[in-house]
Design a protein around this ligand. Structure first.
Ligand SMILES: [Zn+2]
Length: 262
């Protein structure tokens, strides 16, 4: 039985999930790495092979792609569409798209004073360039989604994972002192996704009674069991006393052990 929608389970922790992300997103991020490598790697036989197969002398794109040729490279190129639907633009550097499009083969067609998209962009570009001082370093491509400007698969995954998710009003805080499986029960209880009698009945499982197994007075929900049930209070009190006792033991042990080892 599915107790929690898969999409909610894989959500990042800050969005109320367990934070392991989707395989599809991970795959997209890994494919984007190839896209990125093509841009930043100067040499490499694989890059020359791709260029030889896919380069079109009339195209201006920095990443060559002949879409009529099937294969892995076509799939890698196509991830742009998946990513742009989720707000990641791999072509983000094209601030002047029309101008960029004509660089190299008909730049001479652009004249200042001429009307049109390219002329407008060119004057905008010149305005920005007038206040720029150029360093003597070689040009390089920077990754905009990470502070270090280095490409990371993780930076893409984080954006994909968060896409169209809402942060819950109540944030579940994972306690690192308790084992994961203990936190997991609390996480499920908060979402009312434990197999309590009420939850089982809601999923059409035959139960003898939906009333609380401890007090028998109220419907057995996670909320009732862990918060309002009067009978659980004695059990809870015993557990708290035992937990405090454990803390005292551990404190005494951690004071004593360094002394004993001297
Ligand atoms: Zn009860």
């Amino acid at each position: 039985m599915n107790w929690i929608a898969w999409n909610k389970v894989i959500a990042p922790i800050e969005y109320g999930g367990l934070g392991f992300g989707s395989l599809m997103d991970a795959n997209l991020a890994m494919l984007a790495k190839w896209w990125w490598r093509f841009k930043v790697q100067e040499k490499g036989l694989w890059k020359r092979v791709i260029w030889a197969i896919h380069h079109n002398s009339r195209s201006w794109s920095a990443i060559p792609a002949k879409l009529s040729i099937p294969g892995q490279w076509k799939q890698i190129i196509n991830i742009q569409q998946h990513l742009s639907r989720k707000g990641i633009d791999l072509h983000k550097h094209t601030r002047f798209p029309s101008l960029f499009g004509i660089v190299g083969w008909r730049l001479s067609a652009v004249q200042l004073g001429q009307q049109g998209q390219e002329a407008g962009e060119l004057s905008g570009l010149m305005g920005i360039l007038s206040s720029v001082s150029v360093s003597s370093n070689l040009d390089s491509v920077k990754w905009g989604l990470h502070q270090s400007a280095e490409f990371t698969v993780r930076s893409i995954k984080e954006i994909l994972n968060a896409y169209s998710r809402l942060e819950p009003g109540y944030k579940f805080v994972w306690n690192s002192w308790v084992p994961k499986k203990v936190g997991f029960v609390t996480w499920r209880a908060k979402k009312e996704r434990l197999p309590t009698r009420a939850a089982l009945q809601a999923r059409n499982i035959q139960v003898n009674s939906v009333m609380c197994a401890l007090c028998g007075d109220y419907t057995e929900t996670s909320d009732h069991l862990f918060v309002s049930c009067s009978k659980k209070k004695k059990k809870a009190l015993n557990a708290i006393v035992q937990a405090l006792n454990a803390i005292v033991h551990v404190t005494m042990w951690s004071i004593w052990m360094p002394l004993a080892n001297e």
